[in-house]
Design a protein around this ligand. Sequence first.
Ligand SMILES: Cc1ncc(COP(=O)(O)O)c(C=O)c1O
Length: 395
Amino acid sequence: MENFRFARQAAILGSSVFDHAPGTISLSSGAAYPPCLPNVVNEAIEAVGPLREEAMQYSPLMGLDELRQEICNYVSQDGVFCKPSNVLVTYGAKSAFDLALRTFIEPGDKVIVSRPTYMTAIHIMRTHNVQFIDIGRDEDGILTDELEATLHRMEKNAESMPKVFFDVPDFHNPTGITTTLIRRQQLLQLAQRYNFVICEDDPYRRIRFEGEPVPPIKSLDDSGHVIGLGTVSKILAPGLRVGWAIGDYQIVRRMAMQKSDGGSNAFAQRIVIQMLQSGRVNEHITELIQQMRIHRDVMVNEFSEHIPEARIRAPQGGYFLWIELPEGTDGERLVELGIREGVEVSAGRLSFPNDGSANFIRAAFSFTSEREIEEAIARLGRAWKILKSEQPKLN
Ligand SMILES: Cc1ncc(COP(=O)(O)O)c(C=O)c1O
């Protein structure tokens, strides 16, 4: 093998999707359910025909003006009132978060996250060489008391203070928990007092099966401390790669200047504009909610049948189950055994930026059909039995 001189972050490839046996059922990614992907033939024909001079061109750096206006209309349904000048169009929410980090973070700067948090966000933050300040969470969201005490202590010790806070307040990935209004208000107060920006990543907000929505932190923000990160990945199709950041004009303009790949995909933006203008997005969300609710229920039932020891709090929305296994379970070993049995879930440890509990796994119910979910959890149940024979204290 060639002795390539890889960067530290690329040196270990690990076991990954590239290695899976054919027929492995993947529950590791929040991919869209294929039968629910929208048919956008008519929108695409418009974009490559009459609108080709716009759609086949580089997009303006901030995104197409019409899309920025449509995004304002869309988020106003959630109580976020902004102007197109506050909206930056990106290649998805992850890319928007990366641009926010480029705008605020220098190597060694501190970022606040909850423990656990969204695993891909951890990866993105690591590429910026951040230091993580990880704060616990409970059924109400991140522990704002612990955060306040931490910030207070850091300030007293004249430590460098965190610049960015990242969280997923609605149907948190991975725990599925929705942060309460009071915690959101407390967070915003802390952001204002200690002058950090909140990156509010909200891809699942509209995928609510039950319960009442809680106002986005961005809707409470009168000081510009919140950057709202949005995407069409969960409400339409991740392949479109269209997302946005909503924030203070000074911030989003600087974020736009950090783009290294031009102005984002004008063709896909044009498709999204048409889907938003025609009202098809909201129709699509209604269908998606019905389907995802069924998937969630099937998965919860299958876990209770095949791994009755697992503790699951069924989320009221979103794409994932967060599964707590008995204390002492090696979740990473269960993932390995699961892959051998033909099912892939994610090890919970990947969601912890520093040290984390090993007895969790995450399973997405979004991508697979009901029948595949049944088969997948039956396979995981077989892996669980093998693990229990290896770790008899779990019995
Ligand atoms: C928490 C969270 N943020 C963002 C995204 C989507 O990012 P993007 O818009 O880049 O597809 C996901 C998808 O899995 C997610 O779980």
